[in-house]
Design a protein around this ligand. Sequence first.
Ligand SMILES: Nc1ncnc2c1ncn2[C@@H]1O[C@H](COP(=O)(O)OP(=O)(O)OP(=O)(O)O)[C@@H](O)[C@H]1O
Ligand SMILES: [Mg+2]
Length: 289
Amino acid sequence: MASKLSKNGAHALNFSSGVLEVAGVADSVRDSILDATERFPGTSGELALENPAALQITGLDKSFGEREVLKDLSLSVPEGAFVAVIGHSGCGKSTLLRLIAGLDEPTSGEIALDGETVSGINPQVRVMFQEARLLPWKRVIDNVALGLPRAARPRAQGVLESVGLGDRAGDWPSILSGGQRQRVALARALAGAPRFLLLDEPLGALDALTRLEMQALLESIWQEHKFTALLITHDVEEAVTLADYVVVMDEGRFIVNEPVPLPRPRDHSDPQFVEITQRLLKQVRAMKK
Ligand SMILES: Nc1ncnc2c1ncn2[C@@H]1O[C@H](COP(=O)(O)OP(=O)(O)OP(=O)(O)O)[C@@H](O)[C@H]1O
Ligand SMILES: [Mg+2]
């Protein structure tokens, strides 16, 4: 099976360090990685990109003092793809996201967005965190329109409507539910029409039902707005539900890149969905905590 997606017709993801890095992991994990690589040849890195990479990470290292947090990461993400990153707490996921967002600098290596090396904050990139981080003294619509020119205000209202909160524009954030606050945060992230949306556990604090609703919303918004998405999550099922590719990180390295070649919206009872989810769960469980 080729590592290509039907969306936009020409997705392929190069994962140059993936199978080179498996030497440091448990045998069971390595076997399943190699097994996955045989079934999805694109994971071994030999597949050429048909589209130029929207996000290109090359030989990325990040250390804090003596602590090496990210180790020689390389990844190419095609324009418009949805990538999920999973891995144990402390493996370096948020550090990676901060570097892509230009909130911190690599120790060595490079990150390029649309061919431009990241060097500081870029208006084309928006980040959404686990907490909505709304300004309590601004009404919902003013939170969404934050930083936008006055002329773009109608767009803020439109985006608020697309997350189902058009009628809450005049409310204060404090009277919204947790899920509604996250929807406002999503609208705020989208109001500037970013080309990249980075999501750091954005649904982690929500109850199970709201979380499922938010996953569906995120998918439809992504399909509508066509940005490139990178989602960090601890929830393997969420990753397989939303992502074109699931990347597993272990102690600062990418060890697996699993394509999810399933139609959307994904059917959780589809045997292939179950199989991919189970395999990823096994890989994550086999890694050292
Ligand atoms: N500014 C910093 N200074 C020193 N160490 C840091 C800094 N930021 C992150 N680290 C360390 O880098 C490692 C990775 O942290 P990071 O926040 O990227 O993990 P994570 O994978 O996002 O974890 P979680 O799933 O718990 O959010 C941790 O050991 C953390 O202590
Ligand atoms: Mg984190």
